[in-house]
Write a protein of this length. Structure first.
Length: 362
């Protein structure tokens, strides 16, 4: 797959601690293993048992690559005995970060720098409590990856990943990531990179979960497309107040996209952008839909739409659409509202949004 990288003496051989083995951890950790990097996966016992029995599998462009006998640990004590490490990869969901920090804190002196790959814009602050701000490397993956079962990662669309500038180990890290075929590129402004990725996480995500509709159905519906545009415009207003510019991410021409969404009436932009956004999502249902309808009992919405609301409150920027999406999905996830209340009922969600807009005279 990427055998040429194995022959390159210019690529350092590092030891990575990969915290988590979901779609993200399996794909990135497995890709690193394929090019000769040493990777130890810190996972839950049930996941460890499966990985030890079956190994990892990467499905890339229709070809399956098997990586037998990965190094696995089920506790930080066990993982550190398999160290030391040059770099850590934090690939757990954003809603697991605070619990993870509690686990990591007693071991802070033994931990390497941590690459923070969570969705949202707040995980870096939590990880800085452990290793210090200077040793947290913000990053984001734009490639579309799914995990049909434990230990299997399917690359559905290769785009790449962004890694923030600033750490002294960034040059060799980028060389390793690119040798692994991850298409990593450096970004000078970590906050602009992470907020730009947040915009992509907002689109067709919370609404698809609430309504149990596909992103394609969301973007083709005039009222729902207008709602999507509205939540993006709110997030952009927060970004402007923060002094952040939208940046293009690997495989994601965001600057043109948000310019069109901001400048054109939804009735004009929808025929052009709707099909484009639908293709970008592919056949995979978005993460918030998987969280809610997959019975996980947890949702990342408060780290996506909720983050926009929190920053908006702090900065005096109204964010009523994001607030409705966040509060509604949180209520559905808690069981405070039945999922059937909004299922396939766009008018019910739009009515809630219109009520919130009237409250703000918007």
């Amino acid at each position: 797959m990427r055998s040429a990288a194995l022959e390159s003496s210019s690529i350092p051989r590092w030891s990575f601690l990969c915290i988590g083995a979901g779609a993200l951890g399996t794909y990135i950790g497995g890709s690193l293993m394929q090019v000769g990097q040493r990777v130890v996966f810190l996972v839950r016992p049930a996941t460890a048992e499966s990985l030890r029995a079956r190994g990892l599998r990467l499905v890339i462009e229709g070809t399956t690559y098997t990586l037998p006998e990965p190094l696995v640990a089920t506790s930080l004590d066990e993982a550190l005995r398999l160290g030391p490490y040059d770099m850590g990869l934090v690939t757990v969901k954003a809603y697991d970060i605070e619990d993870l920090v509690t686990v990591l804190l007693p071991y802070r002196a033994a931990l390497p720098p941590l690459v923070c790959l969570q969705n949202g814009v707040e995980s870096e602050v939590h990880l800085a409590q452990v290793v210090g701000e200077a040793n947290v490397i913000p990053a984001t993956l734009t490639s579309a990856v799914s995990r049909p079962e434990v230990g299997v990662a399917v690359l559905e669309r290769l785009r790449g990943m962004g890694v923030a500038r600033g750490h002294k180990l960034l040059p060799p890290l980028l060389a390793i990531l690119n040798a692994a075929g991850l298409r990593a590129r450096e970004y000078p402004d970590a906050a602009a990179m992470k907020w730009s990725k947040l915009l992509t996480n907002l689109l067709g995500n919370a609404s698809a979960a609430i309504l149990d509709m596909t992103p394609g159905e969301i973007f083709s519906h005039p009222g729902l497309y207008t709602l999507e545009v509205g939540q993006i415009r709110e997030a952009l207003a927060v970004m402007r107040r923060l002094g952040l510019a939208v940046v293009n991410l690997p495989g994601a021409p965001l600057r043109l996209l948000v310019t069109l969404m901001s400048a054109l009436p939804p009735s004009i932009s929808r025929p052009v952008l709707g099909p484009f956004l639908s293709r970008g999502r592919g056949q995979k249902m978005p993460s918030l839909h998987i969280d809610l309808h997959g019975g996980r009992g947890k949702t990342e919405v408060d780290y996506l739409n909720g983050a926009v609301v929190r920053f908006g409150l702090r900065l005096g920027v109204p964010t009523p659409i994001n607030r409705v999406l966040n509060e509604t999905l949180l209520a559905l996830n808690r069981g405070d509202l039945p999922v059937t209340l909004f299922q396939k009922r766009p008018e019910a969600l739009m009515e809630r949004v219109q009520h919130a807009l009237r409250e703000h005279d918007l």
